[in-house]
Design a protein. Structure first.
Length: 201
């Protein structure tokens, strides 16, 4: 059995690619294998902050309501704070859902995990076309899924997130795991587990 203790995985992909679903499935799989897991959901952290009756909370609430990408530094601050306050030990498998989203955040993640004495993280890219992402998001229609906001989020992926993936392809190829996100949820999960077993064995 492959040991995942102390590993770190970050799900990345265009909006609608199923990062949250696959992060949850991987968490459940790892727990069944006897691993302790630690989940970091960036969207959840932002939504929690938006509920806070503070100036910061009101700024983030306004950003989310208007489809703006929050300030670059704050994502790193939120998940770093969660790790500092809640990470229990060096064996827990850390799973990031929705981070990193920009190059600076990716670099911050390297530094923070190194400070915790962790190996560098694996980037799991769920590959999905612009057309498929648009279709999924317009069908899903969550609270902030207006057509304008959907187009903004898709645009962010190509402008902000894709450079991270290209960087991994160039310098950290062994830590980039790309999975066909056009498949069924079950098939994607199966591919992720197979790739992780090969890469971390």
């Amino acid at each position: 059995m492959t040991s995942f203790q102390g590993k770190c995985f970050a799900f990345i992909g265009i909006s609608g690619s199923g990062k949250g679903t696959q992060a949850k499935l991987l968490t459940e799989y790892l727990q069944k294998q006897g691993n302790q897991t630690f989940s970091v959901e960036s969207g959840k952290l932002f939504r929690k902050l938006a509920e806070n009756q503070s100036l910061a909370g009101s700024i983030i609430k306004d950003d989310l309501a208007n489809g703006r990408l929050p300030a670059e530094w704050i994502a790193s601050f939120l998940w770093a704070q969660k790790l500092i306050q809640e990470l229990g030990n060096k064996e827990e498998v850390i799973i990031f859902d929705g981070s990193p989203r920009r190059m600076r955040e990716a670099e911050d993640m390297e530094k923070v995990l190194d400070w915790f004495g962790r190996e560098r993280y694996y980037l799991i890219h769920l590959v999905l076309s612009r057309e498929s992402a648009w279709k999924r998001l317009t069908v899903r229609k969550r609270g902030d899924d207006t057509e304008k906001n959907i187009e903004k989020r898709i645009g962010w992926f190509y402008e902000k997130v894709l450079p991270i993936i290209e960087s991994f392809k160039k310098d950290k190829k062994e830590r980039l795991l790309e999975v066909n996100g056009e498949q069924s949820i079950e098939a994607i999960h199966k591919d992720i587990v197979t790739l992780l077993q090969k890469q971390t064995s």
